[in-house]
Design a protein around this ligand. Structure first.
Ligand code: HEC
Length: 315
């Protein structure tokens, strides 16, 4: 089957890469065009396209969008090699947009393309043809999968992406509905780019933890577990930027251990987990003070990052 070929190729490419080169300083470097000039790589890693999110008026849909937004950046949602490599929806759709610099062995052709199309073109299934297509801007390009409220097409498409294309586990309804609501809330009202800094990554961590707290409060333990995993991967994105800062990394490791414990606690004692999430969020805000002090010397700072992107560190 086509998908198997794709991921077999990906596995081989990853194995070959692992033997030849040390891990890049930031995971995301694995899927940025190797030929991109260093200054542009720094730009890609320290800015993001402005997110084109129109928050829905009603609170219930806003909560769904928060769930989807958190899961959109969580590799755990996807299965198999994609998840292991750290790919999430956001790796391809940066801030819900496209990604002109995306290159990944076995998945892309030209930069900015990827082969994830079999759920959209099911006739292609089983024909063994690699067929990378441009990664669409989910906010700006005219949708090809209907987003009309009440039309199940988008939900089916996203489920197919996760379960069939990426070999992920069946997502709980809250997670799938969240992703659908998030994609529906993307629109053309946006422009410019925003900084990717400690504040923006910390906001992602906190939003995922908050959404996990709501899930556990409503007894949805499976979703809470996934959202805590999303918070952990967002925390990991901060950790990468503090490479070389032992004190900050110790703090972050402690917070990560806290999230892991909450994942276990959610399964056994939901009420304690709910209180635990609230406490964890407070502790994390406390940590941010000292993390902020280290930010100018961290890989969030364009000049520091540029110095680290020596040719061997990039690949
Ligand atoms: C490896 C890159 C990659 C990843 C990861 C990825 N996508 Fe996509 N996505 C694409 C490409 C390429 C297309 C275009 C497919 C086509 O043209 O047939 C697409 C299409 C879509 C569409 C349809 C857009 C339209 O025109 O209507 C949606 C919605 C979407 N993706 C959402 C997601 C979500 C949600 C995730 C995570 C679960 C995700 N994508 C993960 C590359 C990716």
């Amino acid at each position: 089957m086509d998908r198997r070929r794709t991921f077999a190729a990906l596995a081989l490419a990853l194995a070959a890469g692992a033997a030849a080169a040390p891990a890049p300083v930031l995971r995301e470097l694995r899927w940025i065009t190797p030929t991109l000039p260093r200054a542009e790589v720094v730009g890609v890693l320290t800015t993001a396209p402005g997110e084109c999110l129109t928050p829905p008026a009603d609170a219930a849909t806003r909560a769904q969008v928060a769930v989807g937004r958190a899961m959109f950046s969580a590799p755990l949602l996807l299965g198999g090699q994609a998840a292991r490599a750290g790919l999430s929806c956001a790796a391809c759709h940066r801030g819900g947009r496209g990604n002109p610099h995306f290159v990944f062995p076995g998945v892309s052709g030209a930069p900015g393309t990827a082969d994830v199309t079999s759920s959209l073109f099911s006739s292609r299934r089983g024909d063994g043809v690699a067929n990378p297509r441009p990664i669409p801007d989910l906010a700006g390009d005219p949708p090809r999968v209907s987003r009309a409220p009440g039309d199940p097409a988008l939900r089916q498409f996203i489920r197919g992406l996760i379960v069939e294309e990426f070999d992920g586990l069946e997502p709980p309804p809250r997670i799938l509905d969240g992703l659908v609501a998030y994609v529906r809330a993307l629109g053309p009202a946006c422009n410019g780019s925003v900084a990717r800094d400690l504040a923006s990554d910390a906001e992602s961590v906190d939003a995922a933890a908050a959404a996990a707290g709501s899930a556990v409060a409503e007894g949805d333990i499976a979703s809470a577990h996934l959202l805590l995993a999303a918070a952990r991967s967002a925390l990991g994105r901060i950790d990468e930027r503090f490479a070389g800062n032992a004190d900050s990394r110790r703090r972050l490791a402690r917070r990560d251990a806290g999230l892991r414990q909450l994942q276990a606690l959610a399964a056994s004692d939901a009420r304690a987990a709910q209180a635990g999430v609230a406490r964890w969020r407070g502790d994390f805000q406390g940590d941010l003070k000292s993390l902020r002090a280290g930010e100018p010397a961290s890989l969030y700072a364009p000049a520091v990052l540029g110095r680290h992107l020596t040719p061997t560190a990039v690949r």
